[in-house]
Design a protein around this ligand. Structure first.
Ligand code: FAD
Length: 484
């Protein structure tokens, strides 16, 4: 089969019988026609269509080593730095098409599946581990161009260090409640699957941070319409269909969902590991998962920052405020963020090296630094946009107003130094949807927590960073006694 196009993607998602709940109602009918999902699904379909654009095909696909079919490039297991750059190009194409606003474009989780498969030998010979199932999922995903959502986090019930959920009670946190001839049975909930219900598969794995119990340590991938699996949506942030009024939410609102596993039977051939906390830690931290998912994320975040910089400058030009030093300072803050992220990406690729399984892995340290920086600078970017736009982000008539009898008032009073009223409102509505609408504020929360809790991310950077040489240097300077 190989790389799919947009229509094939939509048909496949529509044919799934996935149980999705929105506003207390189970969604019926074609999901691609539902007001909350049609925008994002159309946008995602347009990404798949790019794989068949003759001008882009070579940069979006490669030939499957197994079937010779053209398959999506985000499944490529890179063996060289050139391969890594091909992966970057693919992610850039998809990110540019969406301005970086689709956090879960398919390359994100395709990269996760690829990296788990290329590192799957880490599970070899361990109890309750099936690395061969990761490899076969990877091959199936590549050949069928499957799309994924994922859930790694347990419900936010009680995050104190000492909290322990008793296994004697009805589970809240998803856990294995039975192991039988057919597979493992999961009961409980997991957070927070972005695009949950609108992908072919759900990738479930365990992050040791959140684990207290072996029964909570499992990983697998199952079809989204598996019996007993329920996706509970938050309210939709799609403002409406109008691209003028809601330039971002009408196209890029991804939805986030809570996953409920109601005695879901995961067949043995889909289980990667179960009842094994050490396997969870090894797969999370020894595999190339962090390196490749961060590589994709940083590429997307750079494209998003470029979009934000372009918009910030357009606002400045529209109301002609470029002469003020504080405006220049704010724009340069975005430029510094952008160039820092670009430099970190280049360094990660420059310092890439073959890992012990023969995969060309980007250097994770610069990517970890980027993962620490972006959650801090992204909220600041939105604040900058808000402080340039000021009341302009609030005085915003709608598309209908421009087609009404008050049009002449709008044309007169909403014109700006360089733009007519309609274009000026278009620009400011974009700034509003980016920073102030429910869609925009969710984007900020998303970038803040995208790669996990930023506090624990900085802790991980500190704990894993090689500090010994620097300590030794200072110790030598002070002529201290050192332990060799
Ligand atoms: C918009 C959005 C989309 C998301 N999409 C996905 C997705 O698709 N798939 C997925 O798996 N996850 C997703 N997530 C979840 C994301 O991975 C988590 O938000 C992140 O890991 C933090 O976990 P938490 O939200 O449970 O916060 P918590 O862990 O509950 O943290 C709450 C607060 O307590 C503090 N805290 C808690 N525990 C500790 C600790 N041990 N040490 C120090 N401080 C602590 C935190 O710093 C924070 O301030 C998404 C989140 C958001 C906001």
């Amino acid at each position: 089969m190989g790389a799919i196009n947009g229509t094939e993607f939509l048909n496949r998602i529509n044919q799934l019988n996935t149980e999705i709940w929105l506003d207390g109602k189970k969604i019926q009918g074609k999901i691609s026609e539902h007001p909350a999902f049609k925008g994002i699904l159309q946008t995602k379909a347009s990404l798949y269509d790019m794989q068949h654009d003759p001008a882009l095909k070579d940069e979006m696909t490669f030939l499957s080593p197994k079937t010779g079919d053209s398959v999506g490039l985000s499944f490529l297991q890179p063996k060289t730095k050139e391969d890594l750059l091909k992966r970057r190009k693919l992610s850039e194409h998809w990110a540019r098409k969406t301005g970086g606003f689709m956090g879960r474009s398919p390359d994100y989780l395709n990269s996760a599946v690829m990296s788990f498969a290329s590192s799957s030998p880490v599970l070899r010979g361990r109890a309750n581990c099936f690395p061969e199932n990761i490899q076969s999922l990877y091959e199936m995903a590549m050949e069928k161009d499957l799309s994924f959502t994922h859930t790694f986090v347990s419900p936010q019930v009680n995050r104190s260090k000492t909290y322990y959920e008793s296994s004697e009670k009805e589970p809240i946190v998803a856990r294995v409640i039975d192991r039988n001839e057919e597979g493992i049975v999961i009961k409980g909930a997991r957070l927070l699957a972005t695009q949950g219900g609108i992908t072919d598969e759900v990738l479930v794995t365990s992050i040791p941070n959140f684990l207290l119990d072996e029964e909570e340590a499992f990983a697998f991938s199952i079809p989204s319409d598996m019996k007993g699996l329920k996706f509970i949506c938050r309210e939709s942030f799609v403002g409406g269909d109008s691209l003028f009024n809601y330039p971002l939410s009408s196209r890029f609102e991804e939805m986030d969902t809570i996953l409920v596993f109601d005695n879901v039977l995961v067949p043995w051939n889909r289980v990667f590991y179960y009842d094994n906390g050490l396997a969870a830690a090894e797969l999370a931290f020894q595999s190339s998962f962090h390196a490749f998912t961060s590589h994709q994320a940083v590429i997307r975040q750079i494209v998003k920052t470029e979009f934000i910089l372009g918009l910030a400058e357009l606002l400045v030009q529209t109301i002609n405020v470029s002469e003020y030093p504080h405006i220049q300072d704010k724009l340069s803050e975005i430029i510094v963020g952008l160039e820092t992220m670009k430099a970190l990406l280049e360094k990660a690729e420059h310092d890439a090296a073959l890992d012990k399984w023969g995969t060309m892995r980007p250097n994770v340290v610069p990517l970890q630094v980027a993962n620490n920086i972006f959650p801090k600078i992204y909220p600041r970017f939105t604040e900058i946009i808000q402080s340039i736009g000021a009341s302009g982000l609030v005085g915003l008539p709608t598309e209908n107003a421009f087609h009404s009898s008050i049009r002449s008032d709008l044309d007169q009073y909403l014109q700006s130094a360089t733009k007519n009223a309609e274009d000026r409102v278009k620009i400011f509505r974009l700034a509003w949807d980016l920073t102030m609408s429910s869609f925009g504020t969710r984007q900020t929360q998303y970038e803040r927590y995208f790669f996990g809790d930023p506090i624990r991310l900085s802790g991980r950077l500190y704990k894993s960073y090689p500090l010994a040489d620097y300590v030794k240097e200072v110790s030598t300077f002070l002529d201290l006694e050192t332990e060799e």
